[in-house]
Design a protein around this ligand. Structure first.
Ligand code: GLC
Ligand code: CA
Length: 552
């Protein structure tokens, strides 16, 4: 049976950067309320907010110190209640980010755990003894360095943190932790939210700490085999999600599983498993790796889209999830560069963004639009390394200079690839200070090309107008419910058909800078065309970054 969330277009809002209403340079919940008419006109039906709970903001809200209150920089509990009411009054839905793998080190649980090593809360976190001041093992943190940090309470123990050292991991083996996290989620469901995005849930089970990554290096090493997708993740998740579904049977649970393979997507989203309804994997985006400089780490080098690789990967995902769950379709989020910076063709900038959106969002699945993407917003350009708020950029930069890059080139690589550069202010109106985001200096400051709502609304050929048309088409039954077949096509061309009962559509996109010729498709009524095509016999030539959507 079709559920409300099977027909959604989700819009991801980084609340600090969307709309400031009290002139402090930080976006807020009132700003989101104010922009509901804009979102509605865009064709968005559900909003996912990055974390809004009380936080020291070491990781922009993913370090939570109180789950039961709103960070004062973003607003109040009354503001969230008003937001929920306003969205519902407009037939829209709200998803909150749920940070379940770790808390802030300022959370009272951690403070108590440190102050009272024999106390109840010690076992809320993960500790290991480290004889002779050695790290307990060589596992690496996603934010650089070791996952281990000495107990601030000066025992001989270390605590475990997969992300920043100010974000200690919770011990999900402890039933009290599982209970406490469930209570928090229930509190928010009772408030009237429609669903949750489960942050980093794949890490809530860890292996025995007494084992090392077998390698020669003395440096801490990313060790997903010891802390991602371990056997207890699914049982913990089923219990958690099951209990929430008892409270709210139609809750939408969107899991974030950055490293999930297509096989794991099935496990985490198969309805019988009572876990997530849909799962975000970072593996659905496939980068070109063939032009990397081997002298530099890959992470901060611009890469470009591997069209053929992505065709293969999406074919696998679509095939495996057919009849199981809806794939999640997205081009960017707050953890990666913006699509306009990462994958757009410099030569055919706007048309390439139209093609990329069409190729992905008309597929079977739930689109998530990252705020500003509909305008073609690009990464911010920072002029200094401190703006990245990430100590790992310095070693990259030093290395780049050492192997012969100029400082401008090294900085440009970081600006093109770094997640922080993707979190810039929304651009509402170029005629206003800070493009209408705030009269005050924005919390995150950098320069970027203008791509603002006001000008794009005035231009019927704009990307914004195209997104409006595309999202309306997406919400027709054929594109939400139809089955999908991705066709074998020449390199650069992405073509698939959607079919529902007697209706069918073919989507064809040339994702390359060259003209490509393909067999003419049999559906004829043109729904969307950008760029230009020419026919000859049974063949059609698509000019660079041209797209068609045809329907019978
Ligand atoms: C997720 C978030 C990311 C955050 C991390 C730790 O991956 O998307 O932004 O830093 O979890 O909470
Ligand atoms: Ca504000």
């Amino acid at each position: 049976m079709l559920k409300w969330y099977d027909q959604q277009v989700i819009y991801q809002i980084y609340p600090k950067s969307f709309q400031d209403t009290n002139q402090d340079g930080i976006g807020d919940l009132r700003g989101v309320i104010q922009r509901i008419p804009y979102l509605k006109q865009l064709g968005v039906t559900t909003i996912w907010l990055n974390p809004i709970y009380v936080s020291p903001q070491v990781d922009n809200g993913y370090d939570v110190s109180n789950y039961y209150a709103i960070d004062q920089s973003l607003g109040t509990m009354a503001d969230v209640e008003a937001l929920i009411a306003a969205l519902h009054a407009n037939g829209m839905f709200l998803l909150l980010d749920f940070v379940m793998n770790h808390t802030s080190d300022q959370h009272p649980w951690f403070q108590d755990a440190v102050a009272h090593p024999q106390g109840l809360y010690r076992d809320y976190y993960l500790w290991a003894d480290a004889p002779a001041k050695q790290l307990p093992n060589n596992w690496g943190s996603f934010f650089g360095g070791s996952v281990w940090e000495p107990d601030p309470g000066a025992t001989d123990q270390y605590y475990f943190h997969l992300f920043d050292r100010h974000m200690p991991d919770l011990n999900w083996k402890n039933p009290e932790v599982r209970h406490s996290m469930l209570e928090i989620a229930k509190f928010w469901v009772d408030k009237g939210i429609d669903g949750l995005r489960l942050d980093a849930f794949i890490h809530i089970d860890k292996a025995d700490f007494h084992q090392n990554v077998p390698n020669q290096s003395t440096e801490p090493t990313i060790a997903e085999e010891f802390y991602a997708h371990l056997p207890h993740v699914q049982p913990y998740l089923s219990k958690f999600c099951g209990a929430l579904r008892e409270l709210k049977p139609d809750i939408f649970i969107l899991g974030e599983a950055a490293s999930a393979s297509p096989e794991l997507l099935i496990d985490y989203s198969r309805p019988e498993n009572n876990q997530c309804n849909a799962v975000i994997t970072f593996r659905s985006l496939v980068d070109r790796e063939d032009q990397l400089d081997p002298q530099l780490p890959a992470e901060f080098q611009p890469k470009g889209l591997d069209v053929e690789g992505m065709k293969r990967q999406l074919t696998t995902i679509q095939t495996k999830l057919a009849g199981v769950s809806l794939p999640v379709l997205y081009w960017s989020n707050h953890d990666m560069a913006r699509v306009a910076t990462r994958y757009a063709s410099p030569q055919y900038h706007q048309r390439s963004l139209k093609c990329l959106a069409t190729m992905l969002y008309l597929q079977r699945g739930i689109p998530i639009i990252y705020y500003g993407e509909e305008l073609g917003l690009e990464n911010l350009q920072f002029s200094d390394l401190t703006s990245f708020n990430d100590w790992t950029v310095q070693p990259f930069y030093d290395r780049a200079l050492a192997v012969g890059y100029s400082s401008a080139e090294a900085l440009a690589m970081l600006n093109q690839t770094h997640k922080m550069a993707a979190r810039g202010p929304m651009q509402w109106d170029a005629k206003q200070p800070n493009t209408g985001f705030s009269p005050a200096t924005p919390w995150l400051h950098g320069t970027t090309k203008i791509a603002d709502v006001a000008s794009e609304q005035a231009d019927s050929q704009s990307l914004l107008h195209f997104y409006q048309r595309l999202l309306r088409l997406k919400q027709t039954a054929l594109f939400t419910q139809g089955n999908e077949i991705i066709q074998a096509t020449p390199a650069g061309i992405f073509r698939f058909t959607r079919q529902l009962d007697q209706t069918a559509a073919t989507v064809t996109c040339n994702l390359s800078n060259q003209p490509v010729t393909v067999m003419t498709d049999t559906t004829t009524e043109v729904q969307l065309l950008e760029g230009s095509v020419s026919h000859s016999g049974q063949q059609t030539t698509y000019q660079p970054w041209t797209l068609t959507v045809t329907q019978n």
